[in-house]
Design a protein around this ligand. Structure first.
Ligand code: NDP
Length: 281
């Protein structure tokens, strides 16, 4: 049977480490504060925001919560971001996406000061990642690198295939694997013969957004399989982009859904907040 990469356990370890770090920083008079903005009351967003605030409380990070009505204008939202950019005690600013349709998401992302961009979505953060400079890295791919490293999986020299090229998962994932000296291929909806490409992978990251699409025909025997997808199946149970039961017997290591990549995203967000506070001082 494969090694089950336990994101719950690894994210709990990271949160404990951060809790200690925050405690030590407090002794030196350094506090950490995250501002969380939600526009509208999308139920999924409310759950994500609630979980982020809970993680802050656990680690000892102060959180400022802004729950804005759906009809908030772009100008009002940008004015709040501008105020928080200038507020010295705020280390990180997070706007829960998606924002309502009348607000330009790119304008919101660009408005956040790069030194407070704990989601790592600002073009300056992405550019820094691209050319190997310091900057915040998108939390989900950063969490996947931690999952691999903390599970003792070597990346250097490995054939890595990422399925998906979104700005928040696929592209930063490819750049991070490259930074770790993997040989990286990015596949997407226009890739010809996807199975032929994915079967080259020693490490396969599936960020396709299609429930259980990746079956064992896509997998090289002994590969490490990372499943980023989150979906609800017909029985309202969580599942990923990978057909876990079909793939697990042929791979050497795999992340489950739930309990794999998901918990790492929040842990890395917390990590970025702590880093922001530490860097500022
Ligand atoms: P997007 O929908 O933005 O991107 C999906 C990517 O998959 C696109 O690049 C698309 O290609 C590619 N794709 C779609 N269909 C195929 C196909 N048949 N063959 C090959 N490639 C295909 O999704 P995200 O990157 O935002 O998210 C991916 C998944 O991860 C989702 O299930 C999402 O819910 C989940 N997620 C989980 C997180 C977590 O914390 N665990 C965080 C973020 C996302 P093209 O560009 O050509 O259209």
């Amino acid at each position: 049977m494969p090694q089950i990469i336990d994101g719950k356990e690894i994210s709990a370890q990271i949160k404990e480490e951060l809790k200690e770090k925050v405690m030590a920083m407090k002794k030196e008079g350094i506090s950490v504060c995250l501002a969380v903005i939600q526009v509208g009351d999308d139920p999924a967003s409310s759950v994500y925001v609630g979980n982020k605030k809970k993680a802050c409380a656990y680690i000892g990070i102060a959180s400022l919560s802004y729950e804005l009505p759906e009809e908030t204008t772009q100008e009002e939202l940008l004015a709040l971001i501008d105020k928080l950019n200038k507020q010295k005690d705020v280390d990180g600013i997070l706007v829960q996406l998606p924002v309502p349709k009348h607000i330009d998401e790119d304008a919101v992302i660009r408005a956040i000061a790069p030194e407070k961009d704990v989601d790592g979505f600002h073009p300056q953060s992405v550019g820094a990642l691209c050319i190997g400079q310091r900057g915040f890295v998108s939390c989900t791919p950063a969490g996947i690198i931690q999952l691999l490293k903390r599970s003792g999986i070597e990346i250097a020299g490995k054939e890595c295939v990422v399925i998906g090229r979104s700005n928040i998962v696929g592209k930063p994932m490819a750049l991070l694997l490259l930074r770790e000296n993997g040989t990286v291929t990015v596949a997407h909806s226009r890739t010809k013969d996807l199975k032929e490409v994915t079967k080259r992978a020693d490490i396969l990251v599936a960020a396709v957004g299609k429930p259980k699409m990746i079956t064992r025909e896509y997998i090289k025997e002994g590969a490490v399989v990372i499943d980023v997808g989150i979906h609800r199946n017909e029985n309202n149970k969580l599942c990923g982009d990978v057909d876990y039961d079909d793939v697990a017997p042929v791979c050497s290591a795999i992340t489950p859904v739930p309990g794999g990549v998901g918990p790492m995203t929040i842990a890395m967000l917390m990590n970025n907040c702590v880093e922001s506070a530490a860097l500022k001082r």
